[in-house]
Design a binder for this molecule. Structure first.
Ligand code: GAR
Length: 206
């Protein structure tokens, strides 16, 4: 059974969609550990309710980014994690972290990459930027994490329309609905050994 380590920072609805997919038998995997970059977030509560070991590891308690990441790496290895799933994790991870799990880290981003992504684009800020720009279509992207910010090979994408009367909140809710379908699907494809990275492209094998 594929062991997942899910990294969170907030409410953890994507974590929940993965847990639900496992419990429904759709996804043959196990959430071995949940690590949050913040104490007291609801994602940690969700983990506890499902008896999943959960930790808050805060950057402010470490002298350097490397030591901070080493602590997260240590916890992931302790729990024998095979795939790291970033689910609303707001800290940018350095190449040091990425090298500890080469091609074994996935991220979900609430836009159609390469639009509205990169440094500073996270959570509600993404949806605000989409509306401010006047884009008619946005969406969701699941991708492998490489050493850049939101630059890794794309696994799955889904388009979502922007409505004239959307606020960032209504748009976020429409996008989130798709996130909750696409993330379990991407993890399932990985667990079945069906994702092959060829340069920048991810081929989905039949
Ligand atoms: C999700 O919309 C996710 O796509 C986004 O944060 C939200 C977390 O929600 N991630 C990013 O913006 C990454 N750059 P959740 O805690 O309910 O899963």
């Amino acid at each position: 059974m594929l062991k997942l380590g899910v990294l969170v920072s907030g409410s953890g609805t994507n974590l929940q969609s993965i847990i639900d997919s496992i419990e429904a038998g759709y996804l043959k995997a196990e959430v071995a550990v949940v690590i949050s970059s913040k104490k007291g977030v609801y994602a940690l509560e969700r983990a506890k309710r499902h008896n999943i070991p959960a930790y808050a590891v805060e950057r402010k308690n470490f002298d350097s980014q490397e030591k901070y990441e080493d602590k997260i790496i240590e916890l992931l290895k302790e729990h024998s994690v095979e795939l790291v799933v970033l689910a609303g994790f707001i800290k940018v991870l350095s190449p040091h972290f990425v090298r500890a799990f080469p091609s074994k880290i996935m991220n979900i981003h609430p836009s159609l990459i390469p639009s509205f992504c990169g440094k500073g684009f996270y959570g509600m800020k993404v949806h605000e930027a989409v509306i401010d720009y006047g884009a008619k279509i946005t969406g969701v992207t699941v991708h492998f994490v490489d050493e850049g910010t939101d630059t890794g090979p794309i696994i799955l994408q889904k388009a979502v329309p922007v409505e004239d009367d959307d606020t960032p909140e209504t748009l976020a809710a429409r996008v989130l609905k798709e996130e909750h379908k696409i993330y379990p699907e991407a993890v399932k494809l990985y667990s079945e050994g069906r994702l092959e990275i060829r340069g920048r492209r991810v081929i989905i094998k039949r």
